[in-house]
Design a protein around this ligand. Structure first.
Ligand SMILES: [Zn+2]
Length: 61
């Protein structure tokens, strides 16, 4: 199944709407899958401004 990344918050979804910020601004052009399990203690989460756990893209174009 095709996965899309949200352009606003970088969350990855297979649906048509971002599960995190509810944006429909999704891109099929992304790379660098990041799995955030514990956003409070994750340096990457802080770096990417992620506050909810889930799958994210490092880069969305
Ligand atoms: Zn989003």
């Amino acid at each position: 199944m095709k996965e899309y990344a949200c352009r606003r918050c970088k969350a990855i979804t297979t649906g048509k709407v971002c599960p995190v910020c509810k944006s429909a601004d999704l891109s099929a052009d992304w790379y660098g899958l990041v799995l955030i399990v514990n956003p409070e203690e994750s340096r990457i989460a802080r770096l990417l401004n992620i506050t909810q756990k889930g799958k994210y893209a490092m880069k969305v174009t």
